[in-house]
Structures are given as C-alpha cells and as structure tokens.
Design a binder for this molecule. Structure first.
Ligand code: FES
Length: 315
C-alpha cells in the first residue's frame, strides 16, 4: 500500500482537477502567442544561458523575502530599513521570475499545466501581499506590514513546493538527454546509400536513437529525442541546416547541435560521422577534438562536443 503524506495528496488532487483546464487553456494560448518572437522565447527560456532561466531567478525573491522575514522576526528596529530593502528587492525580482515561469508553463499540458497554474497563482498572491506589506510599511504601520509579509512568505512557500514538484517529480524542463550516452567507438548504423540527399533516418547506436540527415553530400547526426521535453525530432521540419521540433518549435543546428530557437536551452547532443566500407558510422566526439559530418566519400570535419558524465552537477 502506498502511503502518501498530506502535501503529496493535495498535489495529486490538483493534478486531477480538470476544472482548472477551463482557465489554464485560454491563458496558455495568450502566453504562447506573446512568447512567439524568437528573441523573447530565447531570452525567457535561458537558451543563451545553457539551462532554463526560471529556476535561477526564483532564488532572488525566495532569498530576499526569507531574509526579510528573519529580520522582521529577530532584527529589531535597526534592521527595519534592511527588511524593507529586501522586500523591495524581492518584488522587483518577482516580475522577470514570473515572466520566465509563464514562458515555461506555456509548454506544459495536463497535470503539469494544472499544478503550474496553481503554482503561479500562489506566487502571484505572495507578490500582492508583499507589495501591500511594503506600502503599509512606508505609511508607518510596521506591525501590519510584518503580518502581510509573513502571509506572503506562507504563500511563497506553497508556490515553491509546487515548483519543486513540477521540476523534481514531473520533470518539467529537465533535459531529456541527460542520461543518454551515445557510443564512444565508431559504430555502423546505416548503409551509405540508404540515406538520400535531403533525407533523414532514425538509427540506434549504443542504445541511443540517433537522427541522421544528409545535406550538401554530408551526413549529420543528432540525438533524435528533443532535449526540451522529449519531442520526436524525426517528425520535425528540416530546413536551413536545422531541425525544428514538432512539439514546441525548438530549433537545433545539425552542424553542432546548438539551439537556434528555444524553448530548449541545452544543445542537442551531436555525433561525429564517417563513411567506412560503405557504412555510415557514428560516435561521440572525443573531448576537445572537433567533430563533424561524413562526406560522400571519407570523413568531413566540423564542430561538436562530447557530453560530460550524466550525473555531474553545475552546483
Ligand atoms: S519537446 Fe519541446 S521543443 Fe521539442
């Protein structure tokens, strides 16, 4: 028998609350339209940063408001200006944090979309309470300002719990290729003549699905699963030396796996290719060695990066 704790039970209920879809669907449509321009999408998704921007930004309001609560509770009169400054800092940071969160949320569906909606509502309530708290403090009513701040802290904690659930339980915006390692040795995957110019095929090497594409007489190879949320890249659009994912429109360069357009923020794993004995072969490029596509006869040279072990952390 599975024993669930109270917060888990409540989140499970939220996941099943289909009544939320009536609000979530039209709001998501509006957000999707607003973030469609490439610069907006790339900025809010963290495409140029190399991982999603929203989780990094959340640290600022959470940290500022938590410290403000600590100063309110134990800092005395001397700490009042610092507490006010921290509350103002959290309010200022909450705006870009909310925008990046809305961008990420707009790509979700079903359970993730429902929980994400309540996550956003909780954080919006926290922001409103902190704005009211700051105004009240400025007017000289510190006790009410503190009470509003504590209420804001409670709402923020609920929002943070739901955000953690989305990331660590539901896997929203977790790189879908994080645990995949392609072959380190040259591995034949296809006959040289099985891939016509402009065509693409899926092949398996080292337990990884690899997308092969021939253009300009060269064969390029990328991980076939979109790192954003697992979309099938072989069903995407192929143009201008890139493939565009059919699910949310992330666009990856074949030459190096780089992200041209978000929401993906992690480059798509890119493989070296060569043609040997009439077979197309692939491997992960060795560390520090430029990699690239195979030409019609013989190996070509381009750029690529071998992925680091899957369980390393940036922190
Ligand atoms: S799964 Fe979202 S862009 Fe590919």
């Amino acid at each position: 028998m599975i024993v669930m704790r109270m917060p888990q039970k409540m989140v499970r209920r939220l996941e099943r609350a289909k009544s939320l879809d009536g609000v979530a669907k039209p709001v998501a449509k509006v957000v999707q339209k607003a973030v469609r321009p490439r610069p907006v999408r790339n900025t809010l998704s963290g495409t140029n940063l190399g991982h999603p921007l929203h989780p990094s930004l959340t640290d600022v309001p959470i940290g500022a408001w938590t410290m403000a609560a600590l100063l309110d509770a134990a800092g005395g009169r001397d700490a009042e200006p610092s507490a006010d400054l921290l509350i103002g800092t959290g309010i200022a940071a909450a705006v870009p944090t909310a925008l990046t969160g809305l961008n990420d949320w707009s790509d979700t569906l079903g359970k993730e979309r429902r929980v994400g909606l309540v996550h956003a509502l909780g954080n919006s309530a926290a922001l409103s309470l902190y704005i009211a708290s700051l105004i009240t403090r400025m007017k000289g009513d510190r006790q009410t300002g503190k009470a509003l701040g504590y209420a804001g802290l409670g709402m923020m904690a609920i929002g943070a719990y739901l955000g953690g659930h989305l990331s660590f339980v539901r896997g929203v915006n977790v790189n879908r290729n994080a645990w995949q390692e392609g072959p380190e040795e040259w591995t034949p995957v296809l006959g040289e003549h099985d891939l016509a110019e402009g065509d693409h095929r899926i092949a398996e090497a080292g337990g990884v699905q690899i997308l092969l594409h021939r253009m300009g007489g060269k064969v390029y190879a990328l991980d076939a699963t979109c790192g954003h949320m697992g979309g099938p890249l072989d069903e995407g659009t192929f143009e201008h030396g890139c493939v565009t994912c059919p699910w949310h429109g992330s666009t990856f360069r074949f030459s190096d796996g780089g992200v041209v357009r978000g929401p993906a923020s992690t480059p798509q794993p890119c493989y070296e290719t060569r043609i040997e004995n009439g077979r197309v072969e692939v491997r992960m490029p060795p560390v520090g060695v430029p990699a690239g596509p195979a030409e019609e006869h013989g190996a070509g040279v381009g750029r690529g990066h071998r992925r680091q072990p899957a369980h390393t952390s940036a922190f």
